[in-house]
Design a protein around this ligand. Sequence first.
Ligand code: CO8
Length: 258
Amino acid sequence: MASFNTITFEHKDRVALVTLNRPESLNALNAETMAEIAALFAELDRHPEVAVTVLTGEGRAFAAGADIKEMGPQTFSDVYLTDMFAGWDGFAASRKPIIAAVNGFALGGGCELAMMCDLIIASDKAKFGQPEIKLGVTPGMGGSIRLTKAVGKAKAMDMVLTGRMIDAAEADRIGLVSRVVPHDTLMEEAMKAASEIASYSLPSLMAAKEMVGRALELPTTEGVRFERRLFQGLFGTKDQKEGMEAFTEKRAPKFIDA
Ligand code: CO8
């Protein structure tokens, strides 16, 4: 595993923990972080000892957005030719489940990064927002589409046009987050959820992630067909037999990811 400058990584019992680690700039996402995250998550998809990853931030932010100081001086040609932020597409295409444990500010690209994850577990002190409008730009890392799909037009327009921050209670109410937990228990709760997910068969987890992801893109008939084909495919796994036999025999299943 490569070593990193802007993130930390550890893993145990099928759960990886990745921490954005530039607390002095509220974990602002610069080009180096994007490259490190893309490289690490590509590796995690292949990592035989990792089934689920928890992503969080060091200090008082999850991530306060793209790095404004790095981004500010760039021209249209710079950002168009390098296709700035395209590296995040690799993260969004991760195939294993990812939980965002949002410990504080998740703003701009930070909110967009959380929305690329599969579950968002938020501290009751977390704050979410798409404040790019205040900088003379707009969301640029999928926020206009993922936020709108998550919370609907009324709330997405409110957040994107005013740039106002919302607290964890409002984020919960509008369906932006999966769960809100007391700040001091955030990592315990996120790791507990990750361990529960990691106890299941990886092929079924990856199929489940894939079908829910596709549900947001496909018309209903196609989505149902896609789901059914993946569901049927799981009958080719030993874990399907084990899971159903264990239920019948009233014992815990022993999955082998095959
Ligand atoms: N970029 C660079 N540095 C940042 C950023 C950022 N996004 N956010 C905070 N910092 C730095 C501050 O400049 C400050 O550094 P220094 O000590 O050197 O002055 C340090 O972090 C601490 O921040 P503050 O002193 O401002 O802390 P406060 O508690 O007073 O305020 C806030 C916290 C409200 C979060 C405030 O820092 C803030 O408004 N930050 C900017 C939020 C923002 O506008 N985010 C959107 C950025 S644009 C964007 O994300 C575009 C999305 C497109 C895709 C992104 C892909 C990654």
